[in-house]
Design a protein around this ligand. Structure first.
Ligand code: SAM
Length: 226
């Protein structure tokens, strides 16, 4: 899987900014990213066997995951992001370069799966969730953090304006190609709220639910494999 022109845009963006990713992510989120991540962590089991962090990026979650789980596997398509993750040097963690749409693991390998700010970048969300379901053990849980769009009409309007006029141009400053459409489109076209819950149910998950943060600017989805 060498990076080339066929590498999806949702990966190439991160290939390029890997060494500055954590700083950039905190900067464009005006410092609220750690709060979102803390809330995601709170939904995870307080202890567990083996967790798969899909689209782990620079391993921003690893310090917390490695405290709670016996073993952490971080998977990402982007080699430069994984190289940053490697620098975290945690003992019970291993890194795998791979595609979320074709996970290189056997059925029922993990007790928990987490996807933090990754799902909307995948070219096919349904296939990615099917794969996550396949590698989860029965009774295992999936935990997803994504950028949301507030349901309240006024908040929604303000948020979309803020995205268009402030956050995305900031991202554009750091990018050489058409990152703007991908970042904006991935938020707009994402199956938010009930739509994602329906997809969970269709794929065989149960107890699918979501929790909004900051009026719906971020959303945490959880579901269980039965
Ligand atoms: C916004 S970063 C999230 C990183 C980390 N999870 C976090 O919370 O900071 C999105 C990550 O998704 C990865 N990614 C995008 N498409 C992917 C795919 N098809 N398979 C695996 N990883 C993918 C990118 O390489 C990038 O590291």
């Amino acid at each position: 899987m060498e990076a080339n022109k066929n590498t999806p845009l949702g990966v190439r963006i991160f290939d390029r900014i890997a060494d500055k990713y954590e700083f950039t992510a905190k900067f464009v989120s005006f410092g609220i990213l750690p709060y979102w991540l803390r809330n995601l962590i709170k939904t995870l089991p307080s202890e567990g066997e083996k967790i798969l962090d899909i689209a782990c990026g620079t391993g921003i979650l690893f310090p917390e995951l490695s405290k709670r789980f016996d073993y952490v596997v971080g998977l990402d398509y982007s080699l430069p992001m994984l190289k940053q993750a490697q620098k975290k040097g945690l003992k019970n963690t291993s890194l795998v370069r791979g595609d979320a749409l074709k996970l290189p693991f056997k059925e029922e390998t993990f007790s928990t799966v987490v996807i933090s700010l990754g799902l909307r970048h995948f070219p096919d969300i349904e296939t990615a969730l099917k794969e996550a379901h396949r590698v989860l053990k029965k009774d295992g849980t999936i935990h997803i953090l994504e950028v949301g769009i507030p349901k309240n009409p006024l908040l929604r309007k303000l948020f979309l304006l803020f995205l268009k006029r402030v956050v995305l141009p900031l991202g554009k400053l750091r990018a050489k190609e058409d990152v703007y459409e991908h970042l904006f489109g991935s938020i707009i076209n994402f199956p938010h709220y009930e739509e994602l819950l329906k997809l969970f149910t269709k794929l065989g998950f149960s107890q699918a639910q979501y929790k909004t943060l900051m009026g719906g600017i971020a959303v945490i989805y959880t579901a269980r494999k039965v």
